[in-house]
Design a protein around this ligand. Structure first.
Ligand code: SF4
Length: 214
């Protein structure tokens, strides 16, 4: 479940992963680490796995939540979405395929503005600059655009920001044509990468990645 937050620069939080490990002095006062302990004590399902006490803590083991993956695609009203307020999407133990699915979900929800914070900007930047990663994001977007279980796909709604490959698929149920247009895909893939990496900035050991906007 997402939750409305008091953080003034965002509107809702979305946590496809929870938990983390301290990686720098900037983590010394990690509010998520403290909050996870409380949420565990309250019995919240997402916070029942304990992390390594040397770097993490109670309820704060890095955990992937498949069931939270498509939450933003259920929200029609545009929102500012803080991605992983209780984790770090750049954590080395988040499987690359899952990171790609998170980015595919963001790309499929152009009505929202996604805010991604990481204290592992180099790792995340490397991923976003990898064509292999972009290809996996594309493949997941293609899959999503024809997945009946994803609410927006089920309703026949095609987000305005959907890349042409997926639009073609929604219209004709035939994406091989888009695949044949390798010349079309490459610039769009670069665009995807650029939108997400261009705004990498912040303190030396932290980063903000801007997601697609409406
Ligand atoms: S990287 Fe972020 S979430 Fe992870 S321990 Fe450090 S401050 Fe907390």
């Amino acid at each position: 479940m997402s939750s409305v937050t008091r953080i003034e620069w965002t509107e809702v939080t979305w946590n496809p992963t929870t938990g983390c490990d301290r990686i720098s002095p900037g983590c010394d006062h990690c509010y998520a680490l403290t909050l996870a302990k409380r949420l565990k004590a309250m019995g919240q399902a997402k916070y029942q796995c304990d992390g390594d006490p040397r770097t993490s803590g109670p309820g704060f083991a890095l955990t992937v939540h498949e069931d939270a993956l498509f939450e933003p695609l259920r929200w029609r009203r545009p929102r500012k979405v803080f991605v992983n307020s209780m984790s770090d999407i750049g954590h080395a133990r988040v499987p690359t395929a899952f990171v790609a699915r998170v980015f595919a979900t963001m790309a499929m929800g152009p009505q929202h503005q996604f805010q991604v914070l990481t204290k592992r900007p180099r790792l995340l930047r490397r991923l976003l600059e990898s064509q292999k990663f972009v290809d996996v994001v594309w493949a997941e977007m293609e899959r999503l655009s024809s997945d009946d279980t994803v609410p927006l796909a089920r309703s026949g709604h095609v987000p305005s920001g959907l890349p042409r490959c997926a639009e073609d698929r929604a219209a004709s149920s035939s994406c091989p044509a888009a695949r044949r247009r390798a010349g079309d895909l490459a610039p769009r893939a670069r665009g995807l990468r650029g939108r997400h990496s261009a705004q990498l900035e912040h303190a030396p050991d932290a980063g903000v990645v801007g997601g697609p906007q409406a």
